[in-house]
Design a binder for this molecule. Structure first.
Ligand code: DGL
Length: 373
């Protein structure tokens, strides 16, 4: 892989200059800003950032400039995407690497692990200061949460996508990518876990979710973004409240397979056969995306209890998209030996449950994990 030769030479020259003139190296370049202060990228301290391509709309192309929602996703190579934003070279030394070229709806456990392991490998390289992952927006929330829980590095990892292809009027990908590189290059982004950057906002992978099928402002976190990125500045106002990256019990390098966890969506007239099917497919746990506060229809209680009796863990989640599921409220979880999510959405609860099952199958321990992460 091509190395970041330019920066090494530049650093050596700067260091030599500072040693001979007695100027502290830091004085040649802006000193590391106080925590939380706005940071401004500058030539002397350009970071080495690897931009991984996985596909999605940010790699998409439409037949006409007016095609903002109907286009071909995952067709532009990552090096071409980088070349289309020449401003990036002013704020970082970057190199591209194509890991996938897929719509993110096609991510599965195998691809998630492959991506995570490659990111982990790159983070170990001393000349890599941060990683940006270009990704379809549909499942950015799962990938970012997974990496947030399993990467063992304080270096910034930023996942970025776009809602419109680069060929469209009002395309958002170029600025999103520029901002993602800026955030990944910022010393303030170290130790904040895996981040998602879109639409001028910096979100923690734990909370971010896609909330609209086509709007630019689709990404939201229930408690708001961690900060903004604007006019070349990375501005943080909040910190992640839950353990991530270095603080968690999972290491991507030590995970070779994720247990099968199914999500079953509840609705009026949901068929109990959906539970049986999940069990037959080998699910080790079922996340039941229930109505309201995790309410379970009377005709679904027995099928879920039967699945539990076969050793399958049952997690009551909510399809509402917000709030927490209260243990022993709508259902006697202690009696049935079931679990409840905290505020994790069903699709994120699946990620956490799969990781939790790599550590334990004890219901009490599993419940603690949902309340911790
Ligand atoms: N196929 C969808 C995906 O890759 C396109 C959505 C997007 O990337 O914005 O997630």
């Amino acid at each position: 892989m091509k190395r970041f030769a330019r920066l090494n030479t530049l650093s050596a020259l700067l260091l030599a200059a500072s040693l001979t003139t007695g100027i502290a190296h830091a004085q040649l370049a802006p000193s590391a800003p106080a925590a939380g202060a706005p940071t401004q990228a500058s030539e002397a301290r350009k970071a080495n950032i690897v931009i991984i391509g996985t596909g999605g709309t940010i790699a998409g192309a439409g037949a006409a400039a007016t095609n903002t929602a109907a286009y071909q996703s995952a067709v532009v190579p990552v090096d071409k995407i980088i070349a289309s934003v020449p401003e990036i070279s002013k704020i970082a030394n970057v190199k591209g690497e194509q890991v996938f070229q897929i719509g993110s709806e096609s991510f599965n456990n195998e691809r998630l692990l492959k991506l995570g392991k490659r990111v982990s490998e790159l983070l170990k390289q001393p000349d890599v200061d941060g990683i940006v992952i270009t990704h379809g927006t549909d499942t950015i929330e799962e990938t970012t949460y997974f990496l947030n829980l399993t990467l063992k590095s304080d270096k910034p990892v930023v996942v970025v996508g776009s809602m419109r292809p680069g060929t469209a009027l009002g395309a958002d990908g170029a600025l999103n990518l520029y901002d993602a590189v800026l955030v990944a290059s910022s010393p303030e982004s170290r130790g904040k876990g895996t981040l998602a950057v879109l639409n001028d906002e910096i979100h923690t992978g734990r909370d971010v979710t896609k909330s609209n099928t086509f709007k630019i402002e689709t990404f939201r976190s229930p408690f708001g973004p961690l900060g903004y990125v604007v006019e070349g500045r990375t501005l943080y106002y909040r910190l992640p409240a839950r353990p991530h990256t270095m603080q968690t019990e999972w290491d991507i390098d030590k995970i070779d397979k994720l247990p099968e966890v199914a999500v079953v969506y509840a609705y009026g007239n949901v068929n109990p056969a959906s539970i049986d099917a999940a069990v037959k497919n080998g699910a080790k746990a079922i996340v039941y995306a229930a109505t309201g506060n995790g309410s379970v229809g009377d005709y679904m209680v027995e099928p879920l209890k039967a699945a539990r009796a076969k050793g399958v863990q049952i997690v009551r989640a909510s399809r509402t998209g917000g709030g927490v599921v209260v243990r022993n409220a709508e259902q006697p979880d202690d009696k049935y030996d079931w679990l409840v999510t905290d505020d994790q959405l069903p699709q994120k609860a699946r990620i956490l449950m799969a990781l939790a099952l790599t550590k334990t199958n004890d219901t009490k321990e599993l419940q603690k994990i949902f309340w911790k992460y």
